[in-house]
Ligand binder design. Structure first.
Ligand code: OSB
Ligand code: MG
Length: 376
């Protein structure tokens, strides 16, 4: 089924967060992001597809940022797709191949591939769940808890999430906010599945401090060291009992294979946007599963566009740990699709055609600060 792409519309959105979200790299009060709509024609019928881009407004989580995504898309990525289309045979599955000449920029590539895949599946009337061959109907929901002003405040926030039914708590940590908050949460909740995420803010010199976390029965420690410190993660993993999990360092199936074979990751956080798209995310799942390495699905404060697609991905059998796939209300009072809700600690996997529900036009317009149309 050949797909003819007419144009891409990139909408710059600014969606307020219900509470500020603080990590080791920034405090966000609103999610500034790009949503992509592709207009296509499939077998003579007009179909549009939707994607969202994981990039933040500033290059503080990875080197990508929203303005850079717009620039590289307009200047390089979409012209490559236009050329591929003239040669014929463009499908969602070949988008990644045609974009390969451009180095990096995986979040930009991911958003583009996502929109094309959504259009293709919508045209075929196939859900992403069925496309992936997922048989589960729902996935367990975890929540990522930002750095708070004080330990008592953190305990209140965690209590609130547990009361809502979240099945696992992830605490953001940084130097000066690590052992004390972890100890406090563990003492208050001896049995809760608990893990930490440092967002690349420590160095191997901090190994003695990080080892103190071994006392709190954590599921994993996520990305304590820098993105390019794969070897150092392997060294740290050898001296810690807490399983090592990588996020930022795993940018592709190839780097996932490296991390596994080096002993740098016992567990991998798979974020489709970080690795260039849902198809590469599935390849990482497959490689990890073949090695017996557990994976779980991370998040980038997705709207309803990405959240449902993440839930479908996390339905694959290698996703054995709860993901950062929370209810929409974790971040947003108003989402741009029907909000995802917690049902006994689970998020339901969407079953409609495509990767997501079409966003509500009024909601989308309400959060849009700029629109950019790129003909292909
Ligand atoms: O490291 O997992 C991360 C959010 C933005 C950037 C990086 C990360 C996160 C989260 C939140 O932890 C995950 C989510 O619930 O979307
Ligand atoms: Mg992380």
């Amino acid at each position: 089924m050949a797909i003819i792409i007419k144009d891409f519309t990139f909408s710059s959105l600014e969606i307020p967060l219900v509470t500020p979200f603080t990590t080791s790299f920034s405090t966000q009060t609103a999610r500034k992001m790009l949503v992509v709509q592709v207009h296509t024609e499939v077998d003579g019928t007009s179909v549009s597809g939707w994607g969202e881009c994981g990039a933040l407004a500033e290059p503080v989580y990875s080197e990508e940022y929203t303005a850079g995504v717009l620039d590289v898309s307009e200047r390089f990525l979409l012209p490559l797709l236009a050329a591929a289309q003239r040669d014929g045979g463009l499908t969602a599955e070949t988008v990644g191949h045609y974009l390969e000449p451009i180095v990096g920029h995986r979040m930009a590539k991911s958003a583009i591939e996502m929109a094309v895949l959504d259009a293709q599946l919508r045209a075929a009337g196939v859900s992403f769940k069925d496309y992936l061959g997922v048989t589960r109907d729902k996935v367990p929901s975890g929540v990522s808890v930002g750095i708070q002003d004080s330990v008592p405040r953190l305990l209140d926030v965690v209590d609130g999430y547990l009361a809502e039914g979240y099945q696992r708590i992830k605490l953001k940590i940084k130097p000066g906010w690590d052992v004390d908050p972890v100890r406090a949460v563990r003492e208050a909740h001896p049995d809760v599945p608990l893990q930490v995420d440092a967002n690349a803010t420590y160095t191997l010199v901090d190994a003695a401090q990080l080892r103190k976390l071994d006392a709190y029965d954590l599921l994993l420690i996520e990305q304590p060291l820098a993105e390019d410190d794969m070897r150092q993660h392997a060294e740290l993993a050898r001296v810690m009992r807490t399983p090592m999990c990588l996020d930022e360092s795993v940018v592709s199936a190839a780097s996932a294979a490296d991390a596994i074979s080096m002993g740098a990751a016992a567990i991998i956080n798979i974020k489709p946007s970080r690795v260039g798209g849902y198809l590469e995310a599935r390849r990482i799942h497959d490689i990890a599963r073949a090695h017996g390495t557990a994976v779980w699905c991370g998040g980038m404060l997705e709207t309803g566009i990405g959240r449902g697609a993440n839930a479908a991905l996390a339905g694959l059998p290698g996703f054995t740990l709860p993901g950062d796939i929370s209810a929409s209300s974790r971040f947003y009072e108003h989402d741009i699709t029907t909000p995802f809700v917690l049902e006994d600690g689970f998020i339901r996997i969407p079953t409609g055609p495509g990767l997501c529900e079409e966003p509500n036009a009024d909601a989308l317009a309400g959060f849009t600060t700029a629109t950019h149309v790129f003909p292909v």
